[in-house]
Design a protein around this ligand. Structure first.
Ligand code: F6R
Ligand code: MG
Ligand code: MG
Length: 366
């Protein structure tokens, strides 16, 4: 059987209301575009969903990663929905993430976020797709570490022979555009030195060392680095394969028990807890947050997306949500002070340059 590619391409092309959610008409419009692409034979299957103000296109096909054909399907769907729905309903920030007027062969660098993997579909292929809002690229670093390296999270690293060779992490330096591979568990101390700074070093791929196959891929786009100014946060997505040579479904989900503090939230300028929620609760409202993560699970069947199952729509995540609210309360009391607000160097693409400019004549030597 031909290799199957799973492409998740997302963009904020207009929020309802403000930056809190997505209007159903926007999703219907995008669904229409992807259905047409399916009828024309480009897509095997698709699922359109949302997390906060981000429209998510989950697509399967046989054209490989970075396919111009598939990226054009996504770009055209975003453009059409912007023109036909976002602008008409005056949704907030219509077309916000479409940084260019014309498609130039690949959506990477044009605003949308992408995570794609090409795989030999196994006899049974459970995949989990994570989507987050009010967050930033790098938010998956800690969960991926827990999932693929930490035996206190993933029992299979100790118990299952198929996991004992460990995993290889590809880490990207998104400022210098360089990458490095770390073999885990041997190199975890060196790797943690870098991935502990998720604003700069981002885990892009994880590979099984049992058979050199891909286990996870994330989106790493940083809009501000592309546009040269603050244009919204880079709410990331992630695809994880599970079972057999990869962590079990429950081991993939388990890292989200604790609401890790990530950068994002209000104005993309605050640290806040990442709260796992079911799809119905993926509408951040308090102080534009707190940051959310949803997870849709699918069984692939010859590329067909059998699902979705809404993985965090389960009472076993209630305590994680409660903890997130407690942490959110505590951080909120800091108001404009660090460590709630981001440090100045991380604010360089927000309001800081204008304020510096305005005050520059008033600084005196002392
Ligand atoms: C953060 C986010 C929101 C906005 C905030 C201000 O990712 O989307 O917190 O930054 O609502 O939005 P604007 O600048 O559009 O008024
Ligand atoms: Mg928005
Ligand atoms: Mg968003």
């Amino acid at each position: 059987m031909a290799k199957i590619t799973i492409s998740v391409i997302k963009a904020d092309i207009g929020g309802w209301v403000g930056h809190s959610s997505i209007h159903p008409d926007l999703m219907d419009n995008a669904r229409g575009s992807l259905e047409a692409a399916k009828k024309s034979g480009l897509l095997i299957d698709h699922c359109v969903t949302f997390c906060g103000d981000d429209l998510q296109l989950i697509m399967t096909h046989t054209f490989g990663v970075d396919s111009e054909k598939i990226h054009k399907v996504a770009w055209d769907a975003f453009t059409k929905a912007t023109n036909e729905v976002s602008k008409k309903l005056k949704l907030y920030g219509a077309g916000q993430d479409l940084l260019s007027d014309a498609f130039s062969g690949n959506v990477r660098g044009m605003g949308p976020g992408t995570a794609e993997m090409e795989i030999d579909e196994r006899t049974s292929e459970p995949i989990l797709i994570f989507m987050a809002d009010k967050t930033s690229a790098g938010s998956w670093n800690l969960p991926l570490y827990k999932m693929f390296v930490d035996p206190f999270n993933t029992a299979g690293l100790v118990i299952a022979p198929s996991l004992q060779k460990g995993f290889r992490f590809e880490v990207q330096d998104i400022r210098e555009h360089k990458r490095i591979f770390f073999d885990c568990p041997e190199e975890i101390y060196s790797m943690l030195m870098f991935i502990g700074t998720p604003s700069r070093f981002t885990v892009k791929h994880v590979f099984s060392r049992q058979d050199d196959t891909i286990g996870a891929v994330t989106s790493t786009e940083r809009l501000s680095l592309i546009a040269g100014k603050y244009v919204g946060k880079d709410d990331p997505v992630m695809i994880v394969r599970s079972q057999q040579n990869y962590p079990a479904v429950g081991e993939v989900l388990e890292p989200f028990r604790y609401p890790w503090i990530i950068e994002g939230w209000m104005r993309g300028s605050h640290y806040g807890p990442l709260m796992p929620v079911g799809q119905k609760d993926a509408n951040p409202s308090r102080f534009d947050g707190p940051p959310r993560v949803i997870c849709l699970g699918f069984q692939l069947a010859d590329g067909k997306l059998v699902g979705p199952r809404d993985m965090f729509d389960d009472p076993s995540w209630d305590e994680a949500r409660r903890d997130a609210n407690v942490v959110a309360d505590h951080l909120r009391r800091h108001g404009p002070f660090e460590p709630h607000r981001l440090p100045l160097e991380e604010m360089e693409y927000t309001s800081l340059p204008q304020i510096m400019e305005k005050l520059k004549g008033r600084w005196e030597k002392f």
